[in-house]
Write a protein that binds this ligand. Sequence first.
Ligand SMILES: Nc1ncnc2c1ncn2[C@@H]1O[C@H](COP(=O)(O)OP(=O)(O)O)[C@@H](O)[C@H]1O
Ligand SMILES: [Mg+2]
Length: 269
Amino acid sequence: MIEDGEEIPLLGGDVTEGLVRVGDTVRRPPGERDELVRDVLLYLEKTGFEGAPRYLGVDSAGRHALTYVEGEVAGRPRPPWIADEERALSVARLLRAYHDAIEGFGIPQNLPAPIQPPGLPDLDDPLELIGHQDVTPENVVFRDGRAYALIDFDLVRPVSRAGDVVNLMLWWAPFGEDADLDPQLRGLDRPRRCRLLADAYGLSEPDRERLMNLAIARDGRAWHTMKYRAETLGGGWQRMWSEGVGDTIRHRQAWLEEHADRLTTALLA
Ligand SMILES: Nc1ncnc2c1ncn2[C@@H]1O[C@H](COP(=O)(O)OP(=O)(O)O)[C@@H](O)[C@H]1O
Ligand SMILES: [Mg+2]
């Protein structure tokens, strides 16, 4: 039995409306991938992985109840520590631990078919595990200056390990022209940070070699996916699209193309 109680809205994320904290739990309104998220969280609990909320069940209002993970989460404006190298590397280690924990879960049959926006370019990338795919600053809980837990599993889906590392670097290297980044994240040495993130994760040599091409190809798809979500789901997706996320993706892709050789050299050095 999941108890009712005073509901405190949880803000800071971009898309989930109606997310609340009740005591030491959070309640998430039904979403696209509820069953997969539930199964992933239950599997992580079974393996003893500490770095994710626990799935508690469905409450009287039909919402999924998870544990509230105490700690520090980056809101807006961004705190200066989102640029901290040690913090970023701790996120890479947490992502690796998540991958090692979830790998044995495999890739379930009968997952809802991935969305196919018109014009979506193909991607030649092996599906190795259920990736998190949204390792943004607001989706990582820190304790004592180290990444402690991933939250917000709403975008989990089958990907390659490298595909999730691209998502990690996108936010924590990060990728993109300084002018497009949060002021706290400007002027960072991206080749160095990509290299250190790959080392902290323990990324294989073949994955390092193909990482930049994968990042570029994924941004080619991300533009279509974001546009499609804005058009079909509205809400926060539409708001992000009107605020120019499509242009940000295009600029980022151009930045990746321009710097791919330099970044790959750093990854392999
Ligand atoms: N299980 C949780 N434990 C601690 N904080 C959480 C939890 N779930 C959400 N939050 C807080 O609420 C914010 C928004 O939640 P999130 O699930 O990321 O929503 P969105 O889908 O909109 O990004 C997070 O950035 C975090 O601060
Ligand atoms: Mg979030």
